[in-house]
Design a protein. Structure first.
Length: 191
């Protein structure tokens, strides 16, 4: 495998739901995920495959999960698996999805990693994080605590230095304080 080549062509998350029609209405019609395909089978079997854009798999240890929960909600919240969706406008999409039946867990708030995140309990038993990037990846890459394991000379375990052009969520060792970030409206962040 060459550098930059990924052997996985698609990440597909299958979610079993007790109310298939309500879940399809919410994710396809309200959230706006285009339907790629839909299939029906024996015994009332039904599936809709919705295009959710580019996918990543975010792996976090317990300390990072607690950091994310604290930044997004202010306390431990949610299951081990949560679906995070990047949207163009977190506030508007949060309002739309709450009106469509989602339960608000946390209103949009700015995180230490420069995104505007909201948390919702949504149909099919999923907890969603809606996030909107507030600055480009290239700008965040220069901030302390952002980067990847790749590109570190001889030490793949050293996560203290960011790799150019790639972000990493802050770890407790080098976290950016949410209170030190100024929100777009000029007030100090409450994260």
């Amino acid at each position: 495998m060459t550098s930059g080549e990924c052997p996985v062509l698609q990440l597909r998350l299958l979610v079993e739901t007790d109310d298939y029609d309500a879940a399809v209405r919410f994710y396809r019609d309200e959230l706006g995920l285009p339907e790629q395909a839909a299939f029906a089978g024996a015994g009332e079997a039904r599936v809709a495959i919705l295009d959710a854009g580019r996918a990543t798999l975010e792996l976090a240890n317990q300390a990072q999960r607690r950091l994310i929960d604290d930044a997004e909600v202010g306390h431990p919240s949610g299951p081990r698996i949560r679906v995070a969706l990047e949207v163009a406008g977190t506030t508007e999409m949060t309002e739309r999805l709450v009106a469509a039946g989602a339960t608000l867990v946390s209103s949009p708030r700015q995180t230490p990693w420069r995104s505007l995140n909201a948390r919702l309990d949504a149909p099919a038993g999923l907890q969603l994080t809606l996030f909107q990037e507030l600055e480009p990846l290239t700008q965040r890459a220069g901030r302390p605590g952002f980067g990847t394991h790749a590109g570190r000379a001889g030490d793949s375990t050293d996560t203290s230095r960011p790799a150019p052009g790639v972000r990493r969520h802050p770890s407790p060792r080098n976290a950016i304080s949410a209170s030190s970030i100024e929100r777009d409206d000029g007030r100090a962040s409450q994260g």
